[in-house]
Design a protein around this ligand. Sequence first.
Ligand code: OAD
Ligand code: ZN
Length: 267
Amino acid sequence: MLSRTVGLTLVNLHSKLYTSPMIEKIADIAHNCKHIVVLTGAGISAESGVPTFRGKEGLWGKFRPEELATMDAFMSNPEIVWEWYNWRRELMWKVQPNLGHDAITNLENLSDKFTLITQNVDGLHKLADTKNILELHGNIYRNKCVSCNTIIEETVEIQPDAIPSCQKCGGKIRPDVVWFGEMLDEQIIQKAFEDSEKSELFFSIGTSAVVHPAASLPVAAKERGAVLVEINMEATPITPIADYFIAGKSGEILPQIVALIKEKRSI
Ligand code: OAD
Ligand code: ZN
């Protein structure tokens, strides 16, 4: 992939990369700590071409979540809900992880202990080969029964006019994502809090930090003593408590941090 090659070339060409003192400092902390946790939101996938939810071009500016992402919407109009999810599945299926996803995988490989917590349902972190992933809001390619929650194998497209039924109970099949008003998987969110609270360095990347419980994770980490780093194009409600806030694109900032850690490791 061209973008990955460009990233590598940059690292090879310059023995000492130009970066800001803040990025230097963050790389130093990462180099010296044992447990790193990264929380991502839609912003990490924006450079891959996946639309975010909020902001000018966001999905929630064009569509009404209560008509598409709630159990009530599905029960009263499952065809429309499936049409929307098929559109999103197709869009996400076509795109590739970007330099930000790749940098997170590199960060995992450079860390003693590493947890990636994502609110994204696009599967791009897995495609980028990150291993220890907690998907808080499910996965858009997985299906489940609306009544008994049985997980059904991955299917990219469900025919909206012929939605399959669960073989166990006859319930309609829905995407295995968390909708508004629904609880997150208890084990996954519990593990996310446990790891966040144990972390020494916590990155909040590309999330508007307004949807809970995900938005409580950086706060919990910070309260237990973690250094909190935020990377986002704009400030969010957690910016005031962040130790370092870097305004910029994750696909540009993260590779710089990783390159500096690698440089420190090779000294
Ligand atoms: P949002 O759309 O709310 O926020 C995306 C954030 O990414 C914004 O703060 C942008 O400034 C930032 N951003 C955009 N491009 C970026 C880039 N290249 N680099 C860094 N940051 C960038 O998305 P989330 O916070 O993920 O929930 O939204 C949280 C949840 O709300 C989603 O998981 C979804 C939604 O409703 C469910 O579907 C349950
Ligand atoms: Zn069922």
